[in-house]
Design a protein around this ligand. Structure first.
Ligand code: ATP
Length: 524
């Protein structure tokens, strides 16, 4: 299963703006995905689901620190999208309201949305190993001159393995093999050796495979009681569009936002929590006049990119990429299509993996639900006396995938005792600050406990009395705690404490009664 599988890709941690000269050495340090996975396990961020039963592929549990980190990212999104959304292009605050819709809806909704018929990813099966792969994730190495040589298929992010196989081909050098998507060589499948196979010709033509989890509602399990776990949070928003319009004082343009679980029976869940079968999404549907869709699409692409930077993805591991023509979703036939906000994960490097898609869904979903449910969903504009179906711009982000990007980005190797620290944005860090009495005597524990009980009302804090102080700092470094306060001998005489800063390991002294203000200034 994924957790135990070594993921060997390495990538360079690029210099972030704002890093100090003392940390220039971080540049070009390489991070291995298996080290990130090991830290997540060791420090209580993420565990394989059902681990004591050898796990279940594609499902993960978030431990005490993982749930804090994930909730911090979720709350940052909710705050910045719903409670305090950005100002629009004209400088006026935008209107976005929240929603929490049911995971199971009437199955007709999924027929209307196109998921029952079309939520399929083309798959290829391997006749030799019985493995099944998403066709758009398979690449091949093909010799650029000799069609007689075999082609080596590999899953995105695993090119090294294929290169090793290509290196063994007599009469060819590995540099002469080029990387192509499987779709480019479908007429030559007989020469392709599957990613895990040994002989050519084992891969089938791509076939469709429905990714929705099916269940039954009620006592009788037959075709009439079939229902689906939602594969995206977006449809719950379209189903409630009219309810929101009728009950809230919103006017187009406005948005409805939702965060929640989504389920996809992914054929090849992999790369830790990047592609799992149960995950969380943060989606917002922005309803606007069709003539303004282009403007809003540009606006949201830029805003969403800036937002990911604001929570910590500040390096050039983050980029915006327009979709190629052949990637367009079933709804994005017209309009400007989709922009992906991508992140260079350790396992995709030097390539990038999708973090968020910002799509122009046209009026596809409202039109479909209007026809299938036979309800009128047109918006009537009182000012212009015009009736129309709004177009929709959808920034759709992965919450769990975003948490992974933040962990990878912040993973910083260093020569300090812990050898690694998580340079998390303070807003995202699971523990905001720790309090340590230097020794267990002379009243230091009591002072520490008092400070802790004052501050824990406002911030997630830890108070740790045990072990050598160096070890306590190391623990906090590994979990990304931005500040540690130590009560020591001087505290008893001059009422000051040591503050240790995670990123620089620098220490300074501040007054004991100013610790709250120190945190308020930095954490809000
Ligand atoms: P992909 O091409 O990676 O399968 P997608 O284009 O199907 O993703 P969307 O339907 O646009 O993804 O979903 C929005 C976001 O939800 C994605 O950008 C991603 O962050 C997240 N997401 C989608 N599928 C998964 C998954 N299986 N595991 C974790 N996150 C996911």
């Amino acid at each position: 299963m994924d957790a135990s599988m070594p993921i060997r890709s390495r990538f360079a941690v690029l210099c972030l703006p704002g890093r100090t000269a003392a940390h220039e050495k971080d540049v070009h340090v390489t991070v291995a995905m298996d080290d990130v996975v090991a830290l997540c396990k060791r420090r209580g961020f993420i565990f394989p689901a059902s681990e004591i039963y050898q796990g279940i592929n594609g499902f993960w549990d978030y431990g005490p620190l993982g749930v804090e980190l994930k909730n911090n990212l979720r709350d940052a999104w909710w705050n910045d999208m719903v409670r305090c959304p950005p100002d629009g292009p004209d400088g006026h605050p935008l209107s976005i309201v929240g929603l929490d819709s049911s995971i199971i809806q009437n199955p007709k909704a999924w027929v209307a949305s196109g998921h029952v018929g079309g939520f399929n990813d083309p798959m290829v099966d391997c006749r030799e190993t019985k493995a099944r792969y998403r066709a758009d994730h398979v690449h091949v190495l093909r010799h650029n001159a000799n069609p007689a040589f075999p082609m080596f298929a590999f899953m995105e992010g695993d090119i090294e393995n294929a290169r090793k196989k290509a290196a063994k081909v007599k009469g060819a050098s590995v540099e002469e093999f080029e990387d192509l998507p499987l779709s480019a060589v479908l007429s030559e499948l007989a020469r392709v050796i599957g990613p895990d196979a040994s002989k050519p010709g084992s891969l089938t033509e791509p076939r469709q495979f429905n990714l929705m989890f099916k269940t039954y509602v009620g006592a009788i399990q037959d075709e009439d009681s079939v229902a689906y776990l939602r594969p995206e949070t977006a449809q719950g928003i379209f189903l409630n569009y009219k309810n929101v319009l009728d009950t809230m004082r919103v006017k187009v343009p406005f948005g409805i936002a939702q965060i929640g679980k989504a389920f996809r029976n992914e054929v090849t869940p992999r790369n830790f929590i990047f592609r799992s079968r149960e995950f969380e999404q943060m989606e917002m549907e922005w309803f606007c006049h069709p003539s303004e869709a282009k403007k809003w699409h540009t606006f949201w692409c830029s805003e969403r990119g800036k937002w990911w930077q604001s929570v910590g993805l500040t390096s050039d591991n983050l980029k915006l990429r327009p979709h190629d023509k052949d990637e367009l979703s079933h709804y994005a036939k017209d309009g400007e299509g989709t922009f992906d906000i991508e992140y260079r994960f350790p396992f995709t490097a030097p390539g990038f993996g999708e973090l968020e898609g910002v799509s122009h869904r046209v009026d596809y979903d409202l039109r479909q639900h209007q026809e299938h449910a036979r309800v009128k969903l047109a918006y009537f504009d009182q000012d212009s006396r015009e009736s129309y179906l709004p177009h929709v711009i959808e920034p759709a982000a992965g919450l769990t995938r975003g948490a992974l990007a933040l962990i990878c980005e912040s993973y910083t190797e260093d020569d300090r005792p812990s050898k690694v620290f998580l340079k998390l944005h303070p807003r995202i860090a699971p523990i905001k600050a720790a309090i340590f009495p230097l020794v267990q005597k002379e009243g230091m524990p009591e002072i520490a406990d008092k400070l802790y009980s004052e501050l824990r009302r406002k911030y997630v804090m830890q108070c740790d009395h045990k072990q050598a102080i160096g070890k306590r700092y190391a623990r906090m470094d590994e979990i990304g705690t931005p500040y540690c306060f130590t009560i020591d001998g001087d505290t008893l005489t001059d009422q000051t404490v040591t503050v240790r800063h995670r990123d620089t390991a620098a220490q300074e002294r501040i007054a004991l009664d100013k610790v709250g203000a120190f945190l308020a200034e930095r954490l809000g």
